[in-house]
Each structure stands twice: as C-alpha cells, then as structure tokens.
Write a protein that binds this ligand. Sequence first.
Ligand code: ZN
Length: 186
Amino acid sequence: MFSSNSRLRFVNDWKIPLANGQTCCENELLKEFYESGGRRKDIIGALNRVPMEPTMIEFCKQLHAHGWKLVVLSDANQVYIQEILRHNGILELFDRIITNPAYWDEERLVISRLIGPEHPPHQCPLGICSLNICKGQELDTILAEYIQQQHQMIKQDEGTVKVVHPRLLYVGDGRNDYCPSLRLST
Ligand SMILES: [Zn+2]
C-alpha cells in the first residue's frame, strides 16, 4: 500500500515518463534498478535466460541460408534484442535491427525512444501505434530501400531496370503489428 506522501511522490516522479510513453517509463525503471544495486551483469544474465523457441532459431538459420534478409522491427531496445540474438548464436544473421536506441552508461542501461519527444510525431494514419515507433512506416522505409538496392543490382547486371517486388514474410504477435500487417500487399 502507498501512503499519501509516497503516492504523491509516485505521481510527481512518473508524470513526465508516463506522458512520454512506455519506453520512457522503462528507462525510469532501469534507473531505479541501477540505484537499488542492479548492474549490467544482472540485466545480461536475465536476457540470457529468456527462452527462444528452438524451431524459430532454426527457421532464422534456414531463411538466411536461402538468401532472405532478416530484420527485427521492435518496440523493445537495441541491447535487449542484440543480447538475446547473440546468446542464441543468430545475431550475425540479421541485416538490421530497428528499435529504440540503448547504451550502457558504465553499469546502467539507458534507453530512449526511436522517435523522441523532440522529433515530429510519426503521423501514423491509424492512430494506434505507440508514440515512439510506427512499425508500418518503418516497414515501408525498409522495403523502399531493399527495392532500390535490387534495382541497382539488376541495373548493374543487365543494364536495364525491372520492377521487382521483394517477397516479404512478416511475423508479429503484438498490437503494434496490426499497422504493418495492413501494408502487406500481393
Ligand atoms: Zn502505424
């Protein structure tokens, strides 16, 4: 139970992080974790205990072996994703990781929003994506880059440009995967 003083402190301390979204709240929690003695090895140890489905690991290896580019598009953060992938031996298979920035300030993990409060909002037309990322818009950007790369390769090989739409396999299970799923086309 909170006393009225501690409740007031909680409301005041968390007013800005709550208004700035989930990632800012997570950063505040990481700060409190550090101040209460939590260190880098504790976080890394916890990340290394996160189970990853063996069939998903094998699936990533098979896709990579067959020439697919693997991309992580996530509302988590760089450190969490990199550590989990590294621990499972598949980090090097991924072409890129698009997520919230994170870094170690010595022993403290600091995370921030991909689209911060200082940036223009992402203008997602659905209005349901979180403040810091619209996965649909990020997906559009990645696809445009890959299509451009393909065109350049074809241009070099054949001297002509063909319109080639890359095959895309999207896997997601969260609310913020709804927006990108609407952008998939045949
Ligand atoms: Zn969106």
